[in-house]
Design a protein around this ligand. Sequence first.
Ligand code: FAD
Ligand code: FES
Length: 357
Amino acid sequence: MGSPDDAPSYTSGRLQLRVREVIRETADAASVVFESPHDGFTYRPGQFITVGAQLPEGLAPRCYSLSTAPDHDPHPAITVKRVVGGQVSNWLIDNVAPGMSVDIISPTGGFTPREWTHDFVVVAAGSGITPAMSIIKTALMTHHNAVTLIYANRDQESVIFADTIAALQETYPDRLVVQHWLESERGLPTAVGIGSLIAGIDDGAAAYLCGPTPFMDVAHEALEAAGLPVARIHRELFYSLTTNPFSAAATTTPAAPVSPGQPAETGTRVTVEIEGETHEVAWPRDAILLDVLLDNGIEAPYVCREGNCGGCEFILTEGEVEMRVNDTLDDFDLRRGARLACQSTPVTDIVGISYDS
Ligand SMILES: Cc1cc2nc3c(=O)[nH]c(=O)nc-3n(C[C@H](O)[C@H](O)[C@H](O)COP(=O)(O)OP(=O)(O)OC[C@H]3O[C@@H](n4cnc5c(N)ncnc54)[C@H](O)[C@@H]3O)c2cc1C
Ligand code: FES
């Protein structure tokens, strides 16, 4: 975070956003609403930004999902819940104020619907409602989907967006069903309990799950038992970054593009579509794709570099790659060609990839 300035700036996927408002949502959660950026900032429902908090101990990067709907909310916002002993969540809630500028990396992530032609089942716990809110609002307000929301919380007081959800229910009584699961009344969520709330869902529905792993595991079990194919169940796990994506710009070197058609000297040749431009570069067999792109001056997106945030996702258009780690893409993503640049090594001599698809 830095001092206020006149306009958000945009460099290499890094932006400064000005804080417009901080809204206390519950005793331990707050939304940080930003002024609308002029350009360089677009997002899909369910995606996240990476905030670079300038703490006294140094820069601490953390991911936060956008809780707003891109087509409807004029100002993008994140919603942060305190984590006991957590550095950045507490710092954001206690220190951020209107007028401050926040360093961020622009929105990314694969936890976002690609089709809006089916019903949605959204299963969230606690702060997991954040990306869910963006998806639900878009499904109801931009599209015509039916949505079932199952939302688990400790007690009534910890329900984030309680009023917004109630208002959506009033506006869309035929298309939105909300089932609150309060631990204070029902204990921890179980597969059988969640199953009873989703009985009769259409097996063509798509499910979006966000919350702690044990919670998502029981929800997954219930959805599969209800007949939903695994490929239609998408999960987003919240965790703290252990790498620093803000150091990227310093490590990149100017582009050395190969002319289209000119063979690469060694290994694989990869053609990259990004931001409406096409690049062709050599890709040594044992090299990680993201490193190759950055070394060639191509500003490919990334966040964690550990294979678990989805921030470096691209679509394979030709050839094949192998991923060392994949903790984020599910069967559905893999079938539509999604791969992680921070984990990919080449399998074929010719590879085509797109960030624009
Ligand atoms: C894609 C994505 C989207 C996300 N979206 C949201 C969102 O919308 N809202 C939201 O609130 N969060 C979200 N998160 C989580 C967020 O990024 C942070 O992980 C969260 O805010 C906690 O960060 P922190 O700095 O407060 O906690 P940290 O400082 O990272 O600490 C986390 C926990 O680890 C413990 N801990 C830390 N260091 C140590 C140590 N050395 N030894 C033992 N224990 C330790 C802390 O006590 C604490 O309990 C998201 C994460 C991802 C990956
Ligand atoms: S940058 Fe996070 S999965 Fe690749």
